[in-house]
Design a protein around this ligand. Structure first.
Ligand code: NAG
Ligand code: NAG
Ligand code: NAG
Ligand code: NAG
Ligand code: NAG
Ligand code: NAG
Ligand code: NAG
Ligand code: NAG
Ligand code: NAG
Length: 893
């Protein structure tokens, strides 16, 4: 009969008795403590400081005398936030990509005399951390989070959700060490269980340097094993160790053949990590043995595990995102040779928090903060400027996709004094800037004219002086900028603009609008006519009517492009390819030949003579290449369009396509290391990102695959073969296509069903490419039971927790695991069946940049990390070590 531990983890609260030792780099803030005050807490020796330098709102309060007497000192004061919806602490001075434990503590203590327990939210940056509910005014609660900041600050925000005034008692940050784990999510530590302990005290005074809480846990029917004389060493691969007092006790079932069962149930779908700690506490004699397997929800997970005497080992269970389950049942089952029952000394349960909410682009967020400080703005300007949308800063408008950018800033009638600050120049996406009705003085700075997107600039009714920059006047007279400068008595404004603006501004504005409107109307009409002509044209055209192709060509290219991208005769093409001597590739379009023009190597793509499809693709590609140019797209050098001979001439990509290098081994190919792989992935992603966001209308590539990623002599990657590409409308509409085009294995499953093409179809294909880059396996691999798609395979590996096996073994473990792990996450998100769950290319580029930064950081790092990964490599129990490699929470002290 198994005895089991059953925990309901839906809503947890703890009695906080937080202990620890002070260390440099640790930040301990007693919220509400008067400015400039600090003290050393008598039990822990930790130095607590006032929160005054970390926040500019809220009021300081104290708990009731009775609660003051029964709790630690940092609970005496608290900061309460009666005004504003979101109030944020800004913790400066944190280190990027370093794992921290962030602990927030709360004791209501009837500080407001209302005896009414509030309920509110805590956010970290733009992400919801938790909703706090109190059950007792005199019971403190805390939340612990393991988090790697992606910026050099952390915002901790208290959010009023209409159910009481938020408050906070203390904030503590503890450095865990260089981050070894994924940082696209953070984990909340729900519980630390000290099994087998009958000690009533949760207090781990100075034992646990991070001050983590270890709660004694014992269940009827379990036996307690204790060895008071051991001080379990961590095994080599461990960096965080629970305190010895926790490891000295263990729980075990009474009978040798019984299992030890735990189940954790949540009232929501939960992705969790569970760390099991083992240390043998008995000296076993020769005829005794203890070994056990662990199963999760009835399936084998890990084992056989044989705890070592006086040594701490651990295993981490990762549930994957894909499982979507809310109950976890763990069973420790004795193996058939075991003479002793299973044991566990300690368990930690972590809840994975999705911290992937978008935030304002870094430099723009910094600029906004500087503007706030410079003008002493006291609106709701706290935390991230643009996100979450509900708490966005007053007076701002932001773009809403991908990394958020500020498009409008309205500081009208805000009592601004001084000059127009240069931080505004960092808001490069600004379309509207309104600084009217303030007391700004000084000159109108030139940088305002450099804001390329600016359409509205209102400086009306200030005290500005000097000349108006010419560039602004010019843009205004061209009708691209609506400029208001009136009621600045000392402004020297020679053009009629100022007077006109002051006296007759409404009329002028109307004129501008009118002109703009008529221009757009004419443009729309023109486009419509063109589109109609085009439709008729294509419908009527016979495939071989090459004369018309040529005509269309000239129409579209215009003289400017004509001169840049040369047109060649068939004779010249024949010469440059030495009479079509060397074939370097074949595609749906036709054959590609090697050529030389003026000592420059080129690739000449000939349209196969019979190919009707080829003809249309040719047109598509010409259309696109004529208007796009990007370092990560193969560039067009020239073309030939002579009767039946149609060719496109590209820059020559010396190192062939990505697939050869990933899948083949020969003298031409090269085994890329992880940094190189990431660089290639990023190059390709940037090419696609440009097609999606840099082109108007956006372009869908439609055939993203490894063979279409070409590498030049420096192994710089470029997307090629835009032959299947189509532009798609910008108004959010999707494009219904009639022919399903693309390559099996890379085809968006949603598109296959719906025929609806969006940029997310490219994202899917790119996800597959990324998986190939990570695994070194083809999109569709042969498996024992027939063919298996790479995403299915990776999914199954993740489900088994078998993360190490995913990565191309030829890399021999030489990579930053957090970087790979993150890339896997991006790839898996990209291949989601539902397109709405896939990220945008912009997000992917951002993520890949961070992956690359992590990998580079490792390479330029101390030998500490190196030894660790070497040690890991030499481990024979690969699973345990792979888990170590992808561990997230407790890096070294
Ligand atoms: C805190 O210290 C700073 C610098 O010494 C001083 O300027 C400020 O007035 C002090 N604040 C209070 C409330 O004493
Ligand atoms: C950051 O930390 C350094 C050293 O610990 C300190 O001198 C500096 O004032 C801190 N800066 C801020 C903004 O807290
Ligand atoms: C632990 O607490 C329980 C009830 O709170 C009490 O009955 C028991 O005696 C305590 N045990 C020890 C060892 O203090
Ligand atoms: C109980 O906890 C105290 C305080 O941490 C510790 O000193 C003592 O060793 C613990 N006793 C046992 C049996 O674990
Ligand atoms: C356990 O290991 C520690 C070293 O980590 C050692 O000091 C201690 O004596 C060992 N205890 C026993 C009982 O072997
Ligand atoms: C193991 O050997 C000891 C003597 O060394 C003996 O007393 C004990 O019964 C044996 N246990 C088992 C399970 O065979
Ligand atoms: C424990 O796991 C090992 C290795 O997978 C397996 O061979 C053995 O049958 C398992 N034993 C039990 C009792 O599940
Ligand atoms: C900001 O967006 C809102 C809602 O879309 C719009 O009404 C407002 O005019 C915008 N403000 C500026 C300055 O563009
Ligand atoms: C405007 O600026 C001038 C100097 O540039 C100053 O003399 C004058 O007092 C200012 N007027 C107001 C209303 O601030």
């Amino acid at each position: 009969m198994a005895t089991s531990l059953f925990l309901l983890l839906g809503a947890l609260s703890f009695i906080a008795t937080i202990q620890g030792q002070d260390q440099s780099g640790f930040i301990s803030i007693d919220c509400g403590l008067p400015e400039n005050y600090s003290y050393v807490e008598k039990n822990t020796g930790i130095n607590y400081i006032s929160d005054a330098n970390f926040i500019d709102s809220g009021v300081s309060k104290t708990v009731s005398p009775q609660d003051k007497a029964t709790h630690q000192q940092y609970f005496t004061y608290l900061r309460s936030f009666p005004y504003g919806t979101r109030n944020c602490y800004r913790i400066n001075n944190v280190t990027i990509n370093t794992a921290y434990i962030i602990r927030t503590s709360f004791l209501y203590g009837n500080y407001d005399g209302l005896n009414k327990l509030p309920q509110f939210e805590v956010h970290v940056g733009t992400n919801l951390w938790d909703t706090l509910k109190f059950s007792d005014a005199s019971v403190s609660i805390y939340r612990e989070l393991s988090h790697s900041p992606t910026r050099d600050y952390v915002d901790i925000c208290l959010v009023n959700i209409g159910t009481g005034t938020p408050f906070i008692s203390a904030i503590e940050l503890r450095i865990l060490g260089k981050d070894n784990g994924p940082s696209s999510y953070s984990v909340a530590r729900l519980k630390g269980l000290d099994l087998g302990s009958k000690n009533n005290s949760t207090c781990r005074y100075r034992d646990d340097i991070y001050g983590c809480i270890w709660e004694p846990y014992s269940v009827n029917g379990w036996r307690q094993l204790i060895s008071t004389n051991i001080d379990p060493n961590p095994s080599q691969k461990m960096t965080y160790v629970p305190p010895a007092s926790v490891m000295r006790t263990a729980a075990t079932p009474r009978n040798a053949r019984d299992s030890l069962d735990f189940s954790f149930q949540f009232d929501y779908v939960a992705q969790i990590h569970v760390r099991f700690y083992f240390a043998e506490v008995q000296k076993l004699s020769a005829n005794e043995s203890r070994s056990f397997n662990i199963s999760v929800n009835g399936n084998y997970w890990e084992g056989p595990i044989v705890p070592t005497y006086n040594q701490t080992d651990f295993y981490i269970f990762y549930s994957t995102y894909f499982e979507r389950i809310s109950e976890y049942r763990f069973s420790l089952l004795p193996t058939e040779f075991s003479t002793l029952p299973p044991i566990t000394n300690a368990i930690e349960i972590f809840l994975v928090k999705d911290f992937s909410q978008p935030q304002t682009q870094n430099d723009q967020a910094d600029a906004m903060r500087n503007i706030k400080i410079a003008y002493k703005v006291s609106k709701n300007w706290q935390g991230d400027p643009c996100a979450p949308v509900a708490y966005k800063w007053d007076g701002l408008n932001c773009s809403s996709v991908g990394t958020l950018k500020i498009t409008a800033l309205n500081l009208s009638s805000s009592g601004l004094t001084g000059q127009i600050v240069s931080y505004i120049s960092k808001l490069t996406d600004l379309e509207s800037l309104d600084l009217s009705n303030n007391s700004l003085n000084g000159e109108i700075p030139d940088f305002l004219a450099d804001l390329q997107s600016l359409k509205v600039l209102n400086l009306h009714n200030n005290n500005l002086t000097g000349q108006v920059p010419n560039a602004l006047i010019q843009r205004s007279s061209e009708g691209v900028l609506s400029l208001r400068l009136g009621q600045n008595p000392n402004l020297l404004c020679e053009s009629a603009l100022c007077d006109q603006q002051t006296k007759d501004k409404s009329k002028k504005n109307n004129t501008v609008i009118y002109v703009l409107a008529s221009i757009s109307a004419i443009l729309v009409l023109l486009l419509l006519v063109l589109a109609m002509i085009n439709i008729i044209y294509i419908k009527k055209r016979k495939p071989k009517d090459y004369f018309k192709v040529h005509k269309e060509f000239s129409d579209q290219t215009g003289s400017q492009l004509e001169s840049k991208r040369r047109r060649y005769s068939f004779n010249e093409v024949s010469n440059m390819t030495n009479n079509f001597e060397r074939v370097i590739g074949r595609g749906g379009f036709g054959t590609v030949y090697y050529g030389i023009i003026d000592n420059i190597q080129v690739a000449v793509k000939m349209l196969s003579q019979s190919s009707v499809q080829g003809y249309q693709q040719f047109l598509a590609e010409v259309n696109i290449l004529m208007r796009v140019h990007h370092r990560n797209l193969t560039s067009l050098i020239g073309y030939c369009n002579e009767e039946t001979n149609i060719a496109l001439i590209y820059e020559y990509m010396e190192n062939g396509n990505l697939e050869e290098h990933l899948l083949e081994k020969n003298s031409r190919t090269r085994l890329f290391n992880w940094e190189e792989r990431l660089t290639i992935a990023m190059d390709a992603a940037q090419g696609l990102e440009y097609l999606h966001n840099g082109c108007k209308p956006p372009i869908i590539h439609r055939d993203v695959k490894c063979t279409n990623i070409l590498l030049n002599e420096n192994f710089q990657a470029k997307m090629s073969d835009l032959g299947l590409s189509r532009s798609f409308p910008v108004d959010g509409g999707t494009h219904v296509t009639t022919v399903i085009a693309g390559t099996p294995g890379y085809l968006d499953p949603e598109y296959q069903v719906s025929n609806r093409l969006t940029e997310k179809s490219d994202v899917y294909s790119f996800g597959v490419v990324l998986l190939e880059i990570i695994t070194g396996k083809p999109a569709i691999a042969k498996a024992v039971e027939g063919k298996i798609h790479i995403s299915e395979w990776v999914k199954s590996m993740l489900a088994k927790g078998d993360v190490k096996c995913i990565v191309d073994t030829r890399l021999q473990g030489d990579f930053e695991s957090s970087s790979v792990w993150r890339a896997v996450e991006i790839a898996m998100a990209s291949v989601s069946n539902k397109s709405s769950k896939r990220p945008y290319m912009t997000d992917i580029v951002t993520e890949l940049k961070e992956c690359l930064a992590m990998e580079l950081a490792r390479k330029h790092n101390s030998c500490e990390t190196m030894t660790m990964s070497l040690a890991t490599e030499s481990e024979s129990s690969s699973l345990a070590s792979s888990i170590m490699m992808f561990k997230t929470e407790m890096a070294g002290s």
